[in-house]
Ligand binder design. Structure first.
Ligand code: DAH
Length: 344
């Protein structure tokens, strides 16, 4: 009988000392398991004299019950402790600053391209696209620049082979579109895209840059139409009140050819450091499509005329955003690009 009391005390002690659920499980096996101490007491009953058996059996049963209850109680305590510990551990600090997901920004040249596209689409132009690896035929021949023409020297060209090159101007696309139209008018399109020249890169030159070509062909198209169109563009891009000025120039694919200046948007034409005191800033080349170019592409130059222009997009972006080095557009420095983040 003493032994029962001893086993019971040991069991209760072990249960109270169990620091976690694993330790408690060990105590359960040790005392209440099939090969445990309490079961061993039961087996001892066989060897007792008959009259002692009831009292012994009863005491073992009480012991078993007391130990079971203690186990259950401790188990509930430990489970609660474990839960409380987990809650502390997994607590979310809602005062911590969140993770910022930075968004990419629109490239300034792409913004200018979109602005120009919107502007011309609004006037009924279509937007054409074409290859950057181009045939000599479209880049030069159809643009009235035959093999021995001195104008080829004006544009240092990256050749892939004697007949293939990286286009030096989007005028190549003008020729593709003229050819495709098979003499039918009207044509009203712009073609934005990358062009390449063998220039040494510096603050104002880049071997890769962007142009946007414009072309309108139809009946009674005149230089005045070109002027009105470019004036509208200048007012949209640089703010109202801009004026346009034509200066005579030369391009093999236009006759007459002009260089186009816009009245300086920084000083309103009074003269400042940006326009070098002149009040005017050159923004593009343009002209009336050369009759020979029209004829080469299957148009009757007696019946139809056309104007064309080519804008350098970097130049427009540099003026508009006050950027002083063209290389900024191509070195992908996020500190530069971040200036054009419309969401910050
Ligand atoms: N292709 C010329 C250049 O790259 C720009 C140009 C001038 C385009 C006159 C034209 C134009 O369409 O009519 O410098």
């Amino acid at each position: 009988m003493d032994k029962i009391t001893e086993v019971q005390n040991q069991a209760l002690e072990a249960i109270a000392a169990a620091a976690d659920l694993d330790a408690l499980q060990q105590a359960r096996i040790r005392y209440l398991g099939k090969k445990g101490d309490i079961q061993a007491l039961m087996s001892e009953m066989k060897s007792l004299p008959k009259e002692e058996k009831p009292a012994f059996g009863q005491k073992v049963n009480v012991c078993k019950q007391v130990v079971s209850e203690a186990l259950e109680k401790r188990q509930a305590e430990l489970q609660e402790e474990a839960l409380a510990a987990r809650l502390v551990e997994e607590k979310i600090d809602i005062t911590l600053p969140g993770t910022k997901h930075t968004l990419g920004t629109m490239h300034p040249l792409f913004m200018i391209q979109q602005e120009i596209e919107d502007l011309f689409i609004g006037m009924g132009y279509k937007v054409a696209e074409g290859p950057e690896v181009e045939l000599d035929h479209y880049n030069f021949e159809l643009a009235n620049i035959p093999k021995d023409h001195p104008a080829r020297d004006m544009q240092d060209t990256f050749y892939v082979d004697p007949n293939t090159l990286l286009r030096t101007h989007t005028t190549a696309m003008q020729m593709r579109e003229l050819e495709k139209a098979e003499g039918k008018t009207p044509i009203k399109l712009i073609c934005p895209g990358k062009v390449y020249r063998r220039d040494d890169d510096d603050a104002t030159h880049s071997h890769q840059f962007m142009q946007c070509e414009g072309l309108v062909v139809g009946e009674h198209i005149t230089l005045a139409d070109l002027k009105g169109t470019l004036e509208h563009m200048a007012n949209t891009m640089f703010g109202n009140g801009r004026q346009i000025r034509f200066r005579p120039s030369y391009f093999p694919f236009t006759e007459p050819s002009v260089e186009v200046d816009v009245s300086c948007p920084f000083c309103n034409g009074k003269g400042c450091s940006v326009c070098k005191g002149s009040g005017w800033i050159e923004i593009l080349g343009a002209g009336m499509v050369h009759p020979h170019v029209l004829e080469m592409n299957g148009f009757d130059s007696e019946k139809c005329t056309g104007f064309a222009f080519g804008i350098g997009l970097e130049r427009i972006a540099m003026l508009k955003y006050g950027i002083d080095d063209i290389r900024n557009f191509y070195i992908n420095d996020v500190r530069f690009l971040k200036n054009f983040d419309r969401f910050d």
